[in-house]
Design a protein around this ligand. Structure first.
Ligand code: A2P
Length: 276
């Protein structure tokens, strides 16, 4: 079974899930079906990915009980603001065909819009109303976290940010520990780039595993929540087949040294105004 992480609101989240970024709506059903068949129970989508309908259909078709699934979505930037958030959230439930979400995240802070604090108050209300089990954020920098915690008195349960061996964010992660905010790693394989790293390759061979499996194992042993994405059935299965080996202290120390200042592969949260 996939281990669970306890969140600061008392709920739990599977430590390994399936991410569906960049999987088109007409392909996502097959990928989610493969993932659920392989044993994943946590699916991470977003309004901005345009594939909530496909995800919803696949989870209904899976026949898995709702209570055994963990479904995350994220609020798109243009729907930020108190009232807009309440309305937009209902749209996600409708497209997914669900009556609650396990986790809903503010996708990007977009500080230039100056709406993320009002948006967060709506998240707090939706959680009180029982429509969302856990509420969180994505791409929030420490200053954005401080603001919403200061304004609402409620810390997010998770912050989903870019973390992988070449961009480890150790200082940022230490700050999150002070509020007991769990970190979900996005682009856990560095969007694929970290797979070619020689050190990773050597560690993977030593354990008879693939580079992707070694990296996913690193996230798990770092206490991170990890949501690898793949559209290939063999990779979807391989990425969850990571509970029969363990990286040793030497492996972990070698990977710690792969952190690079310029290792970031995604957008900058301070300035991103993308459609997400
Ligand atoms: P694909 O979907 O074609 O399998 P990240 O999770 O860091 O965003 O990286 C995702 C990228 O890594 C995707 O391009 C995905 O490609 C690829 N990928 C995912 N799992 C594996 C794997 N086990 N082996 C090789 N590449 C993988």
């Amino acid at each position: 079974a996939i281990p669970a992480i306890e969140l600061n609101d008392g709920k739990t989240i599977p430590q390994l899930g399936f991410g569906v970024w960049q999987i088109p709506n007409d392909e996502v059903g097959r990928a989610v079906a493969e993932a659920i068949g392989a044993g994943y129970r946590s699916i991470d989508t977003a309004q901005g990915y345009g594939n909530e309908k496909g995800v919803g259909a696949a989870i209904r078709d899976s026949g898995i009980a709702r209570s055994d699934l963990y479904i995350t979505s994220k609020l798109r930037t243009r729907d930020q603001g108190y009232d807009a958030t309440l309305k937009s959230f209902m749209g996600s439930l409708d497209r997914l065909g669900l009556d609650y979400l396990d986790l809903f995240l503010i996708h990007w802070p977009v500080p230039a819009q100056d709406k993320y604090s009002d948006t967060w108050r709506a998240f707090v209300q939706l959680q009180r109303d029982g429509r969302i089990r856990s509420i969180g954020v994505s791409n929030f920098l420490p200053e954005h976290l401080d603001r919403i915690i200061g304004d609402s008195g409620v810390a997010p349960a998770v912050n989903q940010i870019e973390v992988h061996p070449e961009f480890q964010q150790r200082d940022v992660r230490a700050l999150h520990r002070q509020h007991n905010i769990a970190i979900e790693s996005y682009s856990p394989l560095g969007s694929g780039a970290a797979l070619d790293n020689e050190t990773i390759g050597a560690i993977a061979s030593k354990h008879g595993k693939s580079p992707a499996q070694a990296i996913i194992r690193w996230h798990l042993q770092e206490g991170l929540i990890v949501i690898p994405k793949s559209t290939h059935a063999d990779r979807i299965r391989a990425n969850i087949d990571v509970f029969d080996f363990e990286l040793d202290a030497d492996d972990m120390a070698s990977i710690a040294k792969l952190d690079r200042r310029d290792g970031k592969v995604g957008s900058d949260p301070a300035t991103n105004n993308a459609i997400w």
